[in-house]
Write a new protein. Structure first.
Length: 362
């Protein structure tokens, strides 16, 4: 493992992983490709931009020719695939782009990897690969569907996605698994719970609420706000991926969870209290279609088999996250503009609030 292709490495989790890998493994070369959609931001990678072992290339993972060229040029031996359209609300509005990027894009990466890694790529019966190669697919607990009041997601559960986003991720997971079963490709799949931490794009719950609180804007909460998620600090997620990359058994799936089940409304009220704002800012909006009620990850497999454990408890993680956003308001201002403003208005603002919100964004 020497030349790692990180796809979607300008996104929230991908950029955190790039920085971690350059720190933990200074002898590795990291080639980061990202198409730089609204959620991709090279500002998050400023601290490593001059690192001689880091290369950024603007590429869409669906561009087979470019991806093939990158494999040839940089002798890629490992792929960590973060690249994905990832927000459920957006997938409800525009499902086609999710299927195209998340499924077809993953298949393009797998095809190119197979071509370059197989000992005899012309022989369809050949299942022998070059030493040390691996394709790691970064997925989500949302592929499992929704839980009741009890129980947890385990790796052997059937996939029952309930949104276009989670359906596209489940489809990609199955394609990755099929390349392992049919072609013998060395793979792992990781499925994480909800991430939080610095540099997260403010369409997600925690940065959305922090930013809205700071601007004294209404805080849109879906339904009754009692949707429960297992929260995982992005740093813990990235160390989990690194652990699977180096220790994971070929063909295995590993859940990465933070052991922090919290209701959405509980998190919103914590942010309000910490920032000294009023709960009158909370506005309950119509629940999204097919909104999963509860997620909870059983991470026993990765903790017992590979020795990984999350380091952040939720209280400390949230304290650090809130502190980062308060100390980096300029970063937020640069992000919350253009496409995001239009998106926020479309998804959350009622017609009577739109003009005020647009003025506040200027």
């Amino acid at each position: 493992m020497e030349n790692i292709l990180v796809t979607g490495g300008a996104g929230f989790i991908g950029s955190s992983f790039v920085k971690l890998m350059l720190d933990l493994h200074p002898d590795y070369k990291i080639i980061n490709i990202d198409v730089l959609t609204y959620a991709g931001n090279l500002e998050t990678l400023k601290t490593v931009s001059d690192n001689p072992n880091y290369i950024f290339i603007k590429v869409d993972i669906r561009d087979r020719e470019k991806v093939d060229e990158i494999f040839s040029t940089y002798k890629i031996d490992t792929v960590v695939n973060f690249a994905a359209e990832s927000h459920v609300d957006r997938s409800i509005e525009e499902p086609e782009i999710f299927l195209s990027t998340n499924v077809i894009g993953t298949q393009v990466l797998l095809d190119v990897a197979k071509k370059h890694w197989k000992v005899n790529p012309e022989d369809k019966y050949c299942r022998e690969y070059k030493s040390g190669v691996k394709f790691l697919q970064v997925s989500t607990d949302e592929v499992y569907g929704s839980l009741g009041k009890t129980g947890m997601f385990v790796e052997t559960m059937s996939l029952m996605p309930n949104s276009p986003y989670s359906a596209s991720k489940a489809s990609a997971d199955m394609v990755v698994r099929a390349y392992h079963e049919t072609f013998g490709m060395p793979i792992n799949i990781t499925r994480c719970s909800n991430n939080y931490g610095p540099y997260q794009f403010p369409e997600k719950l925690i940065p959305l609420m922090i930013n809205s609180c700071l601007k004294e804007k209404k805080l849109p909460v879906y339904g009754d706000g009692m949707q429960i998620r297992d929260w995982l600090h992005v740093s813990d997620h990235c160390t989990g991926i690194d652990t699977v990359l180096h220790k994971g058994r070929d063909g295995e799936i590993y859940n990465i969870g933070g052991n922090n089940e919290k209701a959405n409304i509980e998190i919103v009220k914590l942010i309000i209290k910490t920032l000294g704002k009023s709960e009158n800012l909370i506005t309950y909006v119509k629940d999204r279609p097919g909104h999963d009620r509860r997620y909870a990850i059983d991470n026993t497999k990765i903790t017992t088999e590979l020795g990984w454990n999350p380091k952040y408890n939720f209280d400390q993680g949230m304290k650090d996250t809130l502190s980062w956003y308060l100390n980096n308001t300029e970063w937020i201002e640069n992000i919350v503009s253009g496409d995001y403003t239009k998106y926020y208005e479309k998804m959350y603002a009622n017609s009577s609030e739109k003009n005020n919100e647009i003025d506040n964004q200027k």
